[in-house]
Design a protein around this ligand. Structure first.
Ligand SMILES: Cc1cc2nc3c(=O)[nH]c(=O)nc-3n(C[C@H](O)[C@H](O)[C@H](O)COP(=O)(O)O)c2cc1C
Length: 168
């Protein structure tokens, strides 16, 4: 697991090869295994694999002009958040699901990159329009998925200066 964490890197060049549906489903199972506040699981996912859909997503994501064959858009459906204390935690809940996708992808020999959507209003509204998201469904990010066409070395970015033992 530690090796998988170090091996996860943002991949921005992809092979033309499509991603098998079974692998995409494995990523979604990994996502939904994530922890969430009071097990609220506010997440929903939109999976885009058609080239026309990918072209629209790509055009909305100005910092995401990469040739991935598929994308998973991680969203929160705010109408699913019933418990009062869970309301403010959808970003963390969906981020935990996102990281699970990124790590599971490494194990499946897939590359990914996390493209931020929330809280940039223009990205949220464009992605919502393209994917026909209802008002109560908020997109957190777009994760591009595909077979990598670039290699990046595993690494930690460990910096002991950022660690404060016992007190700051
Ligand atoms: C919230 C968030 C938003 C990001 N948005 C973008 C993005 O729009 N475009 C992009 O190419 N990478 C994006 N990234 C990826 C980061 O640039 C990348 O994780 C960082 O440079 C470290 O590199 P690594 O992922 O290879 O470890 C984003 C990452 C996060 C966590």
């Amino acid at each position: 697991m530690i090796d998988t964490i170090y091996a996860r890197r943002s991949i921005r060049k992809y092979q033309e090869r499509p991603v098998e549906r079974e692998k995409l489903e494995t990523l979604l199972k990994a996502a939904m295994a994530a922890p969430s506040a009071r097990n609220g699981k506010p997440w929903e996912f939109v999976v885009v694999t058609e080239p026309e859909g990918m072209a629209k997503v790509r055009s909305a994501m100005v910092f995401g002009g990469y040739n991935a064959p598929a994308a998973i858009i991680v969203c929160a459906n705010t109408s699913l958040i019933k418990k009062p204390l869970s309301q403010g935690f959808w970003v963390q809940d969906c981020s935990a699901a996102t990281e699970n996708i990124l790590l599971a992808a490494v194990e499946l020999s897939l590359g990914t990159v996390w493209l931020g959507v929330h809280p940039i209003q223009i990205f949220s509204s464009q992605i919502s329009r393209i994917l026909s998201l209802p008002k109560m469904v908020k997109p957190l990010n777009v994760i591009y998925v595909g077979y990598p066409a670039e290699e990046k070395p595993p690494r930690t970015q460990y910096d002991p200066a950022r660690v404060h033992w016992e007190v700051y």
